[in-house]
Design a binder for this molecule. Structure first.
Ligand SMILES: *[C@@H]1O[C@H](CO)[C@@H](O)[C@H](O)[C@H]1NC(C)=O
Length: 292
């Protein structure tokens, strides 16, 4: 073989292997590739070759991370195993947020509890800096025993919160009646584990037991089927998994609505839309429109 043929073959081999690598890494979540630690130093750990991430909290600090990418609409799925045992006073957050004073935000927060008492899943939606749209739930399983999937679907029509693919909350785009909807500001994925024993557990009555520290929550399989908001190029939609664009028009079908009603009837513990004391002058506009 001539030397030019050999170098040609080597070139093709290396091209083939690098494109193989590209496919392999983009098919599964890799925390090394996808996130940056935001605080807590070594309390945030990426292990198992990027497949697993743990956050921990001790008396000195909690920890957190954010996605490298910014997204404008998407479906984000994350598997989380929450702090086990006596997790009173701890809060694990998982949310999408843009930056600035009039930011948009879509929140999951998991409020820990004393052993044997249920976690509270707190949800909220901010648009253009205004939140105050809390709904809270208990779960139908123990979220500390195994990983469960928590998802945020955000398209131009609605936001849906899912737990293990069961819808727990829908926030519709009601711009037509004057309710601002997040649709212009790109958001990053954030997560953190921190101490909030001044308010989190049973209204701040139950404090963090530091003898149990460090507290640890685990994450895996972050999937972003989402539109990248690149600063240079125009938005483009990517998937970290097999091509899946169904989220872009996703709504609840009859079965989904039935499951949502089941969750809201059995597991909802707070809904701002039924808190009359808080809104003596009348409920926010979206409360009148959304049945859920
Ligand atoms: C903790 O458990 C109590 C008692 O079951 C419950 O009322 C509360 O909602 C739970 N969650 C938090 C965060 O306090």
């Amino acid at each position: 073989m001539s030397s030019s043929k050999v170098s040609m073959m080597l070139l093709m081999l290396s091209l083939a292997s690098s494109s193989y690598l590209l496919m392999a890494t983009s098919s599964a979540g890799d925390f090394f590739r996808d996130i940056d630690v935001t605080f807590g130093d070594q309390r945030a750990k990426i292990i198992d070759g990027g497949q697993l991430l743990t956050l921990s909290l001790d008396k000195i600090s909690g920890s957190g991370f954010k996605s490298k990418n910014e997204y404008l609409f998407g479906r984000i799925d994350m598997q989380i195993k929450l702090v086990p045992g006596n997790a009173a006073g701890t809060v694990t957050t998982y949310y999408l947020s843009s930056e600035g004073l009039t930011h948009d935000e879509i929140d999951f927060e998991f409020l820990g509890n004393s052993t044997g008492n249920p976690y509270t899943v707190h949800t909220n939606v901010f648009s253009q800096g205004k939140g105050g749209r809390e709904q809270q739930f208990h779960l139908w399983f123990d979220p500390t025993k195994a990983f469960h999937t928590y998802s945020i679907l955000w398209n131009t029509h609605r936001i849906i919160f899912f737990v293990d693919n069961i819808p727990i909350r829908v926030f519709d785009n009601l711009e037509s009646i004057g309710v601002p909807f997040p649709k212009k500001q790109p958001m990053r994925i954030y997560s953190s584990l921190w101490n909030a024993d001044d308010w989190a557990t049973q209204g701040g009555l139950v404090k963090t037991d530091w003898a149990q520290a460090p507290f640890t929550a685990s994450y895996r399989n972050l999937k972003a089927n989402a539109c990248l908001a690149g600063s240079s190029s125009s938005s483009s939609c990517v998937s970290t998994t097999a091509e899946d664009k169904s989220w872009q028009n996703q709504a609840l079908d009859a079965a989904g609505r039935k499951r949502l009603r089941w969750v809201q009837k059995k597991f909802m513990v707070y809904n701002y839309c039924s808190d009359r004391k808080r809104f003596p002058q009348g409920f926010p506009l979206e409360c009148k429109r959304s049945r859920f």
